[in-house]
Design a protein around this ligand. Structure first.
Ligand code: KIV
Ligand code: ZN
Length: 515
C-alpha cells in the first residue's frame, strides 16, 4: 500500500439528522455552541439544519452561517423550490455555503410516499440541483433510500444530478439495511457506472445504524470510492442513529496500517465534543460506547489491570489522550488484583508495606464481594480503620452544646488524654453547634482542622433512631475520615471528629518514627 493517504471529507449532521432524533433537540444558543465546537473539532462540513422545517431551524442555520468560520455550512432542502429558496436565504452569510437537496429514489418511497414515477423523480432531482446551483457552486444531492434503490436507476439519477451541477452525490442507507460487503460493492458498481464520480463530483455515504453497522458500512464505502462520510457526534440520529463520527474517525486513525484514508479531525477534541453534546441534550451515551463511553478506557479484570499498569499497549489500541480523555481508569472491583490496589493506595497517599497491603487486600476482597465498585472512601476506610490499629489518644468524657436561631452556638467538652491521663475542659463558639464542637476539640488537642465533608444518616428507624455521622477533615494538608454513631447527633459528631483527630495524631507519630 502506498503511504499517500486520501483525505475523506467529514460531513457532520449532528445539528440536522442528529437533532431530529427524540430527546436531542437544541435551541438556537445550544446549536451555536455546538457548531463552534464542531469547527474546533475540525469537521469539513456541518449541516446546520433544515431551514424550511421551522423558524427556529431557519434561524439556527442563518446564525451558524453568519458566525462559524472554517467548515462549509450546509442547509437541507427537499427537491422543491420553496425549500431551496429558504435554504439559500439562510445560508446567505456563510463564507462557504452548501445547499443539500434530496429526493427519494427507491420504488417503495416512489410508490407509497411520493406517488411519482421514476421519470418524474429524475426530473425533480435535475430541476432542484439546477435551481440550487443558481445560488451557490457547492451543491450536494442525495438519493434518499438509495440503499433500496435499483442499481441502474441510481446510476441514472446520479449522472443526471452531476450534469445538472451537483458537486457531491450522497448515497444514504436511509433505513440502515445494508451489510458492509454489500454496501462497498454497491459503491463500486456506482463508481464504475458513473465515471464522473471521483472527478466531477465527490461520492458520499450516509449510513443509518439500525443494524449497528453504520460505521462499518461507511468504512466499506470509503474503501470503494466514497470521499465523504456523513455522520454525527455520539451517533445520534433517527431511530438507532447515524454512523458515529468518533468511531469512524478513530477507526481511520487507529487502523491507519490497514485503511488508506484519513480524516482531518482533531481527535483530541472528540471527547470534549461528545460531552458537550450530552450536556446540552441531556442524552448520555451508554457506558460501553466505543471511544467516548465511560468504560471505553476502563479496566477491571485483574489480569488486564496488571497488564495495563506494566504497559498500556497490552490492553489499549489507542490512548485515552488521543481522544481527549485524560487517563485510563482502573476500576477497582472484585476482579482487581494486589498490583492495582497498591497503585491506587499510593495515589491516595498510602505507600503500604507488603504485610499491610496483604491485610488491605483481604479486607478489600470482602468489601468487593458486597459492592460492585469500590470507591476511594471504601479504600480510605480499609486503610485507616482496617489495617492500622488506631489508638484512642483522645477520649470523650463529656459534651454539652447550646444552639438555636437566636443565640451564638457554643460547645463545652471534657476530653481525656489516654497517654497522659490528663482531663481537659474547654469551650468555644462557632457558626453552629457542629462548628462550635470542632473548634472546641481543636483547642484541646492543639490541631487546626478544616471540615471538608459532613454527612448524617439514620441507621435505625423511629424517633430514637441512631444517627451515623461521617466526616472528612483536613489536618496539615492530609484528609482523614472519621465516623461514629449515637442517638445524639452532636455526640456522634464530636466522636467522629475525634476519630479523625486520633488518626491524624497516629499518622504524625508514625511519620516522626520514620524520621
Ligand atoms: O437518511 C437520509 O436519507 C437522510 C437524507 C435527507 C440525506 O438523512
Ligand atoms: Zn439520515
Amino acid at each position: 500500500m502506498s503511504d499517500a493517504k486520501r483525505k475523506v471529507t467529514i460531513f457532520d449532521t449532528t445539528l440536522r439528522d442528529g437533532e431530529q432524533s427524540p430527546g436531542c433537540s437544541m435551541n438556537l444558543a445550544e446549536k451555536l455552541r455546538m457548531a463552534h465546537q464542531l469547527a474546533i473539532l475540525g469537521v469539513d462540513v456541518m449541516e446546520a439544519g433544515f431551514p424550511i422545517a421551522s423558524e427556529g431551524d431557519f434561524e439556527a442555520v442563518r446564525k451558524v452561517a453568519e458566525e462559524v468560520r472554517g467548515p462549509v455550512v450546509a442547509g437541507l432542502a427537499r427537491a422543491v423550490d420553496i425549500d431551496i429558496e429558504r435554504a439559500a436565504r439562510a445560508l446567505e452569510k456563510a463564507a462557504k455555503p452548501r445547499i443539500h437537496t434530496f429526493i427519494a429514489t427507491s420504488d417503495i418511497h416512489l410508490k407509497y410516499k411520493l406517488k411519482k414515477s421514476r421519470e418524474q423523480v429524475l426530473e425533480s432531482a435535475v430541476r432542484a440541483v439546477e435551481k440550487a446551483k443558481g445560488y451557490f457552486d457547492d451543491i450536494e444531492f442525495s438519493c434518499e433510500d438509495a440503499g433500496r434503490t435499483d442499481d441502474g436507476y441510481l446510476a441514472q439519477v446520479t449522472q443526471a444530478a452531476i450534469d445538472a451541477g451537483a458537486t457531491t452525490i450522497n448515497i444514504p442507507d436511509t433505513v440502515g439495511y445494508a451489510i458492509p460487503e454489500e454496501w462497498g460493492a454497491r459503491m463500486k458498481r456506482l463508481c464504475d457506472a458513473v465515471p464522473d464520480l471521483g472527478t466531477r463530483a465527490v461520492l458520499s455515504t450516509h449510513c443509518h445504524n439500525d443494524l449497528g453497522l453504520g460505521v462499518a458500512n461507511s468504512i466499506a464505502a470509503c474503501r470503494n470510492g466514497a470521499g465523504q462520510v456523513e455522520c454525527t457526534v455520539n451517533g445520534i440520529g433517527e431511530r438507532a442513529g447515524n454512523a458515529s463520527l468518533e468511531e469512524f474517525v478513530m477507526s481511520c486513525r487507529t487502523r491507519a496500517d490497514f485503511l488508506d484514508f484519513i480524516t482531518g479531525i482533531v481527535t483530541e477534541e472528540l471527547y470534549p465534543t461528545s460531552r458537550l453534546l450530552s450536556n446540552i441534550t441531556g442524552v448520555f451515551v451508554q457506558q460501553n460506547k466505543a471511544i467516548v463511553g465511560k468504560n471505553a478506557f476502563a479496566h477491571e479484570a485483574g489480569i488486564h489491570q496488571d497488564g495495563m499498569l506494566k504497559d498500556s499497549l497490552t490492553y489499549e489500541i489507542m490512548t485515552p489522550q488521543s481522544v481527549g480523555i485524560l487517563k485510563s481508569n482502573i476500576v477497582l472491583g472484585k476482579h482487581s488484583g494486589r498490583h492495582a490496589l497498591a497503585v491506587r493506595f499510593k495515589e491516595l497517599g498510602f505507600d503500604l508495606a507488603k504485610e499491610d497491603l496483604e491485610k488491605a487486600y483481604k479486607l478489600f476482597t470482602k468489601v468487593a464481594d458486597q459492592k460492585k465498585t469500590i470507591t476511594d472512601d471504601d479504600l480510605l476506610a480499609i486503610v485507616q480503620d482496617g489495617i492500622q490499629d488506631i489508638p484512642e489518644i483522645w477520649h470523650m468524657k463529656y459534651i454539652q452544646t447550646v444552639g438555636g436561631n437566636q443565640i451564638v452556638s457554643s460547645a463545652t467538652l471534657v476530653l481525656k488524654n489516654r497517654e497522659t491521663e490528663e482531663e481537659i475542659e474547654e469551650a468555644a463558639t462557632g457558626e453552629g453547634p457542629v462548628s462550635a464542637l470542632c473548634n472546641t476539640i481543636d483547642r484541646i488537642v492543639g490541631l487546626d482542622g478544616s471540615l471538608t465533608d459532613y454527612q448524617i444518616r439514620s441507621i435505625s428507624e423511629g424517633r430514637e433512631a441512631i444517627g451515623e455521622v461521617f466526616i472528612r477533615v483536613v489536618f496539615d494538608d492530609v484528609e482523614y475520615m472519621g465516623k461514629a454513631a449515637s442517638t445524639d447527633v452532636m455526640d456522634a459528631t464530636a466522636r467522629a471528629y475525634l476519630n479523625a483527630v486520633n488518626k491524624a495524631l497516629f499518622a504524625r507519630g508514625k511519620a516522626a518514627e520514620k524520621g
